[in-house]
Design a protein around this ligand. Structure first.
Ligand SMILES: [Cu+2]
Length: 439
């Protein structure tokens, strides 16, 4: 059987080489190159070379995407696909991913900002110094009306790779008494990031694509505290000067992401919600038990995170080699949810796609009469083409360390592949048979 698989892989390799002339790019990953199925002819690119990001990571996984720039949203990533070793073609994940708003309300009720739509976040793209993109490439971004650059060519988009430590580690426990064997692999990520300056603050928008299919989306706030806000009342600030001086006004950063999934090339992914209920030990049982239930989210929903609750987007068409529907799971990060506005009151919104709905609040593009924020778009429509809005809040009570410059504080979430591949995509060749059984 092993022999058979080997021969098929070689046949496919030979064909792919002949058809596409892919002589270069022999895998740098683990295992002999001949055993790795080669890519099918490269898919037609969705964008021109200048807007294409394609990175083959050391373990053999390739991420592909296109980027563009908008004066409000900043960098928008499109046509995002993932191709781990063993997959002959890219697996589409997202049609598009971008920030959906940064909402900054101040604790004294004096003001709130919508940094994307009011302050044209994208125009605040700044030039990166060479040292800010270690080992990578800084791309030039056309910004028609840059706020902080003399040129409309802003060197503002970094693509690079970074080690993340262990991808896995396993010391075998042979039943037959033979010698133990260690399997371990070091993980690498593709990083895509840009810095946008909005008045005193600078936001680092970072997308991290792991070689095991996991994606992290984070925003880091740095720069300076707003110096005009140093006279906060009791319970609404924190002194950062000597003694009781300079009481910096507390505020929230409510960051929204807008995700349009396109799993396996279809926008018709289903949304599922899972909840688990733990019950104390039943009479005669030695331990508590836990039961997990699935709820199909067929209509628009404003969802709230809860203990042991999670959501996933399930591919309408694609299955992995085990016959399981491919999906991506939303993994929330730490959040301080801000109940002050309807649109910031929930952790996630699933809305039916509407082209004009681009920003979670202060949305400018819809016809008059159309509501301006995401909470009002949850109106009971059937979800046949869902858009996922993720809201992650950070309540910023300043501290002495925030001067000066302010250390980066991060907020965000992750997308974890669930059954996208039939096994760990980085499985070493020797363990390829351990699918559903010990090996
Ligand atoms: Cu802040």
């Amino acid at each position: 059987m092993r022999l058979d698989r080997f021969r098929r892989a070689r046949a496919r390799t030979a064909m792919a080489l002949a058809v596409a002339g892919l002589a270069a790019g022999a895998t740098a990953g683990a295992g002999p190159a001949a055993a790795q199925p080669k890519a099918a002819p490269a898919p037609a690119p969705d964008c021109s070379a200048a807007y294409r990001i394609e990175q083959k990571l050391a373990n053999g996984t390739t991420w592909r995407m296109c980027w563009r720039h908008e004066s409000k949203a900043g960098i928008v990533l499109q046509h995002i696909s993932y191709q781990p070793p063993g997959e002959t073609r890219p697996i589409k994940v997202l049609n598009s991913a971008k920030l959906g708003q940064i909402h900054v309300p101040y604790d004294d009720g004096s003001e709130e900002y919508e940094d994307l739509t009011t302050y044209r976040f994208g125009d605040g793209l700044v030039n990166l110094a060479p040292g800010e993109c270690p080992g990578g490439t800084i791309r030039t971004v056309k910004v028609r009306e840059p706020s902080y650059s003399d040129s409309t060519d802003v060197k503002g988009l970094c693509t690079t790779t970074r080690a993340r430590g262990h991808a896995y580690r396993m010391l075998t426990d042979p039943l037959d008494g033979s010698a133990r064997k260690l399997y371990q692999k070091q993980g690498k990520d593709l990083l895509v990031y840009a810095v946008n300056k909005v008045s005193w603050y600078e936001y680092i928008t970072e997308w991290r694509f792991q070689d095991d299919g996991t994606v992290h989306m984070n925003v880091g706030a740095t720069g300076s505290l707003a110096p005009q806000d140093y006279d906060a009342a009791d319970g609404q600030g924190w002194p950062i000067g000597k003694g009781p001086k300079a009481r910096a006004l507390s505020h929230s950063h409510n960051v929204f992401w807008r995700l349009h999934f396109g799993l396996d090339g279809s926008s018709k992914g289903r949304i599922e919600q899972y909840d688990s209920k733990v019950t104390p030990p039943a009479p005669g049982k030695p331990a508590p038990s836990n039961r997990t239930t699935r709820t199909q989210v067929t209509r628009e929903l404003a969802g709230d995170a809860r203990n042991m609750r999670w959501w996933r987007v399930v591919s309408a068409t694609g299955k992995n080699k085990d016959g399981h529907a491919r999906s991506y799971e939303l993994v929330p990060g730490a959040t301080a949810k801000y109940p002050g506005r309807g649109f910031s009151r929930h952790d996630v919104y699933f809305t039916q796609y509407d082209k004009c709905e681009q920003y979670a609040s202060g949305n400018p593009g819809c016809p008059s009469g159309h509501p301006k924020s995401v909470d009002k778009w949850v109106g009971g429509q059937t979800l046949t083409n869902p858009v996922v809005w993720v809201n992650v809040g950070f309540h910023h009570i300043a501290r002495d360390e925030d001067q000066q410059p302010m250390p980066v504080h991060w907020q965000g979430f992750s997308l974890a592949p669930r059954d996208v591949t039939a096994m760990n995509p980085l499985t070493p060749k020797e363990l390829a048979g351990a699918n559903g059984q010990l090996d």
